[in-house]
Design a protein around this ligand. Structure first.
Ligand code: GLA
Length: 725
């Protein structure tokens, strides 16, 4: 890892463990030169040559090479003749929006600075380097600082941008992307994760075409529909081969990512805050910092890309003390009781759970205010003593006495119109005066762009967390942001609401997770609607989806693993017929699938058969023996449920001693032939043994012949646990 400025050729080399990123100059403009496998020196400096286009005259006649519209620009801004999508666009006090950002200076410093008020990757104590390149628009005094950081032992580059108004007039930023890269060629697929509630993160691959292909969220949060992850993958890319250029956003709000191809087959790949309905007024002396994009290049297909994200997120993003620790096996009452429970019912569930080795009892929605249905009480964060006569602390004591930890559900960002909080502060929700306040699940969103609201909620949650012995919090968020506006902001700042909301949320999370470092926080948004790196910074795991049907979960977890590690995915065994898709799958399969994430139960243990109870108990024991490898090892996806009926995933512990293989299928293939799951990254001559199954094979055989299997029955699964001898 190092960042070097080659004085002679005026090139910046940004080296990670096995990749290099190079940028240089075309006179005073920054141009992109290379992103790929490690290279010590570019063979020549001509990587950034303008296309031979007759349509363009140079921006500045003194420098005919500065045909900015045809050059691979490093951070395209509007106004200096690059007419493709800019990364930055600003409106000055005189109403114009033409800028001319030229190089001023740069510095390379040790470490990686924190981004004020935003989640971001951190360098471990002994490493990391940051390049800051300062550009300025001479006429207005606006400066842009491009930040690039690398870490000692990881293959990621992080990027963000800082704008400072050193002029004398206010400006309005209406587009500030965090990263943009111009890559020669268009023989790529644009690969993204799409979905909806209970069908999150399916993998889609679309060939690039002349023009623009974008994904975004305008919903006030990252959302179920499209994840803030995108990559360009060479046409032949597989799990183990081909080039992949990936970006993932460390942000949980509105985002935009895209790939635009110009007529000369140059692809502009970018990511940042969604410019749609965004504006930021920047007064003289003020700064604005964009959220961070994590960039990964892999020359070994999607698999290496994912492992690079996984390592970085586990070790350098999630900052909870639980990030690298085994987490408790939990039981959640939601699918068993919904809001119809009392203390006795919850204690009964916990008792049964304790018998099979569950470690944490989570009380979900319905414990506060008068919450007997989803039409009231959000915002009234005090325990309902009709349901819980001895309060939360009394309940927690009873749960603890059974040997279980106690966890609690909250939805702190919301308010029900039927709540004391709303009656007291009708202006504390996101709304536009005089317009409809449309409800989603009978609720409105609290205005976290308003500091007073943030302080109130921080206090309310904090009081509850101090009141009882709570070891875990499920932090939910269940609706889109609509009629976006804040009564705390003036008319000149209304379009800042959505981003200010995120900054407010991050401040609340910063305070609470710092105040309660011993609480394990899990984020949730109607299942996996906010599964992003921004939330992972504060909370090391996410409720992956409200859909825990084993068949669907194979796909959801597979897609999610493109960017996020297994340690971040909450995965539970739920009842059948499944509540979301009404399908019945075997108990064992539900257990095996859930073992690919943070394992737990979401069903009434009193209603399952003795045989299933036995499987649950054995499942917990098995899970405890393999969870370190699944969560903290290296993941290799061997067969994709998006390509056929089978899903096969291999996990190897970092010390290479344990290998866990999950295999599951959806529909049966009668009279099918054997299929072979060929493992990866084993030692050819070592012997690997799965004692339980009586299998002993060499690494060579497991990699070249593979594990033979058939799928003669619907929704079957198997987990192999090999120990290296
Ligand atoms: C959301 C969550 C569920 C559950 C309910 C409670 O839908 O995704 O897991 O907590 O809210 O209302």
């Amino acid at each position: 890892m190092s960042i070097i400025f080659d004085e002679e050729n005026k090139l910046f080399y940004i080296h990670t463990k096995s990749t290099t990123y190079v940028l240089g100059f075309m006179h005073e403009y920054l141009v992109h030169c290379y992103w790929g496998k490690s290279i010590k020196k570019l063979p020549c400096t001509d990587f950034a040559v303008p296309h031979k286009s007759r349509s363009q005259s140079p921006y500045n006649p003194e420098h005919p090479e500065c045909q900015n519209d045809n050059l691979p620009m490093e951070y395209p801004t509007f106004g200096s003749s690059d007419l493709r999508s800019p990364a930055f666009h600003v409106i000055y006090a005189d109403g114009t929006s033409v800028s001319d950002f030229c190089y001023v200076s740069h510095e390379i410093t040790a470490g990686k600075p924190k981004l004020e008020g935003l989640p971001c990757i951190r360098a471990s104590e002994d490493g990391g380097e940051t390049l800051k390149i300062c550009l300025a628009d001479e006429k207005t005094g606006l400066t842009l600082s491009l930040l690039y950081s690398v870490l000692n032992d990881k293959d990621i580059i992080t990027r963000s941008v800082e704008v400072e108004n050193r002029g004398t007039n206010d400006v309005r930023i209406d587009r500030i992307l965090s990263a943009s890269v111009d890559i020669y060629g268009m023989d790529f697929d644009f690969v993204t994760l799409h979905g909806t509630s209970i069908r999150e993160r399916s993998v889609q691959k679309n060939p690039l075409f002349f023009g623009s292909q974008t994904i975004d969220s305008k919903r006030g949060y990252s959302g179920h529909r499209l994840n803030p992850f995108a990559c360009l993958a060479s046409k032949n890319a597989t799990e183990t081969s081909g080039e992949v250029y990936a970006m993932n956003f460390v942000y949980s709000g509105n985002f935009l990512a895209g790939a635009d191809v110009d007529p000369f087959k140059m692809t502009r790949f970018y990511m940042g805050i969604n410019p749609f309905d965004f504006e930021w007024k920047l007064c003289p002396g003020e700064k604005f910092v964009s959220p961070e994009v994590v960039m990964v290049y892999s020359d070994e297909g999607y698999g290496k890309m994912s492992r690079t994200f996984h390592d970085a997120y586990r070790e350098n993003l999630c900052r909870s003390k639980f990030a690298l620790k085994p987490r408790p096996v939990l039981i959640n009452n939601w699918e068993t009781t919904a809001m119809d429970f009392d203390e006795e019912k919850i204690v009964d569930i916990a008792k049964k759970a304790a018998e099979i080795g569950v470690e944490l009892m989570v009380l979900d929605d319905g414990w506060f205010g008068n919450r007997n249905s989803d039409n009231c009480s959000l915002g009234d964060w005090y325990a309902d003593t009709n349901k819980l006569p001895s309060g939360l602390s009394g309940l927690a004591k009873k749960i603890n006495a059974l040997g279980l930890e106690f966890g609690l559900w909250f939805e702190p960002e919301m308010v029900s119109p039927d709540s004391d909080l709303y009656r007291m502060h009708p202006d504390w929700c996101i709304h536009v005066p005089g317009r409809i306040r449309s409800e989603g699940r009978n609720q409105l969103i609290l205005d976290f762009a308003n500091e007073e609201v943030c302080d109130y909620i921080t206090d309310a949650v904090s009081k509850i967390l101090c009141e009882a012995n709570i070891s875990y919090v499920k932090w939910d968020m269940n609706r889109n942001m609509s009629e976006t506006g804040s009564s705390a902001l003036g008319s000149d700042r209304q379009r800042e609401t959505a981003h200010r909301y995120m900054l407010g949320l991050y401040r609340v999370l910063e305070t609470l997770t710092t105040q309660f470092p011993d609480i394990l926080f899990e984020s949730c948004a109607s299942g996996g609607g906010r599964f992003d790196a921004g939330m992972l910074y504060y909370m090391p795991q996410v409720w992956t989806s409200d859909n825990s049907d084993a068949g669907q979960r194979m796909k959801i977890q597979y897609g999610t693993s493109f960017a996020y590690p297994a340690s971040s995915m909450g995965a539970h065994v739920s009842a059948v017929p499944n509540h979301q898709v009404f399908r019945t799958t075997p108990f064992k399969t539900r257990c095996d699938v859930a073992m690919n994430g943070q394992f737990g139960f979401e069903l009434d243990l009193a209603k399952i058969s003795d045989e299933e109870l036995k499987l649950a108990k054995e499942g917990i024991e098995k899970y405890k023996s393999l969870r370190d490898t699944v969560h903290f090892g290296d993941m290799y996806r061997l067969m994709s449920p998006f390509d056929g009926n089978d899903s096969v995933i291999e996990y190897i512990s970092k010390d290479k001693k344990q290998v866990v293989v999950f295999r599951g299928n959806t529909l049966a293939e009668p009279y099918g032939a054997y299929k072979f799951a060929k493992l990866c990254a084993l030692e050819p001559d070592a012997v690997y043994e799965d004692c339980e199954k009586g299998i002993s094979m060499t690494g060579e055989a497991l990699m070249n012949v593979g594990i033979a299997f058939m799928s003669p029955k619907d929704f079957e699964s198997e987990i192999y646990v090999f120990e290296k001898k």
